[in-house]
Design a binder for this molecule. Structure first.
Ligand code: AOF
Ligand code: ZN
Length: 341
C-alpha cells in the first residue's frame, strides 16, 4: 500500500478535482505492475496497473491488488473499475480508504465481497486521507477545502506603505509555489488586484496554474489590463453588483445575491473546484477564517514597526492550533489549524 501511495503522489497537482490514486498488482509476493491516476479525465489507477501488467505479458488471474481508494462503481468519464477487477479475477483487493463519493461509498466493496473477492480496507488510512483532503472535504461538505496563506513581518504585519514588494525570502517564495501547484484555485479580494496587480500563477516549477478567483463585491475592478486577465489560465469574479461588465478576458462572472462567504464557497464547489488557496489581504483573511481548514503563515525576518494586521477589526481573540513549524531560508513557516468553537 505504501508503494501504491507513492505512485499516487506522482500526479500531485494534475488530477484536481479528482483524487490522487495509486495501485499495485502483486502475485505470490512479486510485484507484477504499478499504476496511478495521471490526470483529470484519464484512466483510473487500477486500470493503468492492469494495462501495465498485460503489457508485460502477465496472467492477472488470482493475483492481489492494492489500491489507495475504493474502486469506482459508476460510469463517470471512465467505466466502473469494480467490474474490471471482477473481470480479471483478482483474489484479494486491499483498499486504503472508502470512496466518499456518494456514487461509490462502499458499494464497490460490497459488490466485490458478494462476488467472493476477499477485501481488506483501511490500510494507511490517515496518510491517504491527508493526501486526499480536498476531495474528501468537498464530497462530505459540498464546499471546498480552504487554506489561508499569508506572509507577515516579524512583528506581525502583512503590509506597510513604505515597504514595496516581497519581504519574505526566495526559499519561502518557492515553497508558496509548491503549495500553489497542489491547489485548484487561488483566491484574493479586489483590493489585492487593485493594489498589487499580482499574477497568481505557477512559476519556478512545472504544473497547472490554479484558477484565479477574485471577490469583488461592488465590482471595483473596471479594467482588464491587470495581470490576472492577461496571462494564460482561467479567472472568475464573484460580485454582488448588477453593474458588472463582461469582457472576453474574464472567464466567468458570478453574481451572488446573498453575498455571504458560505454562498460563495457553495458556488465554487458547484463549479467542481474543491480546493482554494486564499492569498488575500487582511479583509479576505478575516472573512475566510471561519471556513478555513488550514492556515499557513510565513514569518519574515524583517521588522516593520507599523503596518496592517492580517486580522483587521478583530473583536474577539482568535486562537490557533500549531500543527507544524519549519525554518525556510531566513523565514519561519507555521502550519496552523483554526480552533473550533
Ligand atoms: C479517479 N481516479 O483512480 C479513481 C477514482 O469521472 P471519472 O470516471 O474519472 O470518475 C471520477 C470518480 O471516480 C471520482 O470522483 C472517484 O469517486 C472515483 N475514483 N477517481 O479520478 C481513480 N479510482
Ligand atoms: Zn475507477
Amino acid at each position: 500500500m505504501r508503494m501504491a501511495l507513492e505512485e499516487s503522489k506522482k500526479a500531485i497537482g494534475y488530477t484536481n478535482p479528482n483524487p490522487l490514486v495509486g495501485a499495485i498488482i502483486e502475485k505470490n509476493g512479486h510485484i507484477l505492475s504499478k499504476g496511478y491516476h495521471k490526470y483529470f479525465g484519464g484512466d483510473h489507477a487500477e486500470v493503468n496497473a492492469i494495462k501495465n501488467a498485460l503489457k508485460k505479458g502477465h496472467e492477472i488471474k488470482d493475483s492481489n491488488i492494492y489500491i489507495t481508494l475504493e474502486p469506482c462503481f459508476h460510469y463517470g468519464k471512465t467505466p466502473p473499475c469494480v467490474d474490471e477487477i471482477l473481470k480479471y479475477k483478482f483474489k484479494k483487493v486491499f483498499i486504503g480508504i472508502k470512496d466518499p463519493n456518494p456514487k461509490v461509498n462502499g458499494k464497490s466493496i460490497e459488490k466485490l465481497r458478494k462476488n467472493g473477492v476477499i477485501v481488506d480496507e483501511g490500510i494507511l488510512k490517515d496518510e491517504i486521507t491527508e493526501l486526499n483532503k480536498f476531495f474528501i472535504k468537498s464530497m462530505n461538505y459540498s464546499i471546498p477545502y480552504i487554506n489561508i496563506k499569508y506572509a507577515q513581518s516579524l512583528d506581525g504585519f502583512i503590509y506597510n506603505d513604505s515597504i514595496k514588494g516581497r519581504f519574505t525570502c526566495k526559499e519561502s517564495l518557492i515553497d508558496v509555489h509548491k503549495m500553489r501547484k497542489k491547489y485548484q484555485s487561488i483566491l484574493v479580494g479586489a483590493g489585492t488586484i487593485l493594489k498589487d496587480n499580482p499574477k497568481l500563477n505557477l512559476r519556478y516549477l512545472e504544473g497547472i496554474s490554479p484558477i484565479r478567483i477574485v471577490i469583488d463585491k461592488d465590482f471595483d475592478i473596471k479594467s482588464t489590463d491587470f495581470n490576472i486577465f492577461n496571462i494564460p489560465g482561467k479567472n472568475i469574479i464573484f460580485t454582488n453588483s448588477k453593474n458588472y461588465i463582461c469582457n472576453s478576458k474574464i472567464t466567468k462572472i458570478v453574481y451572488i445575491k446573498d453575498f455571504s462567504i458560505l454562498n460563495i464557497l457553495k458556488e465554487i464547489n458547484k463549479m467542481d473546484i474543491n480546493s482554494v488557496l486564499v492569498e488575500g489581504g487582511g479583509k479576505i483573511i478575516s472573512l475566510f477564517y471561519d471556513y478555513s481548514d488550514e492556515i499557513n503563515v510565513y514569518i519574515s525576518n524583517k521588522i516593520f514597526g507599523k503596518g496592517i494586521s492580517p486580522f483587521e477589526n478583530l473583536k474577539k481573540i482568535k486562537e490557533f492550533h500549531i500543527k507544524n513549524s519549519f525554518i525556510i531560508g531566513e523565514n519561519i513557516k507555521l502550519e496552523l489549524k483554526r480552533c473550533l468553537r
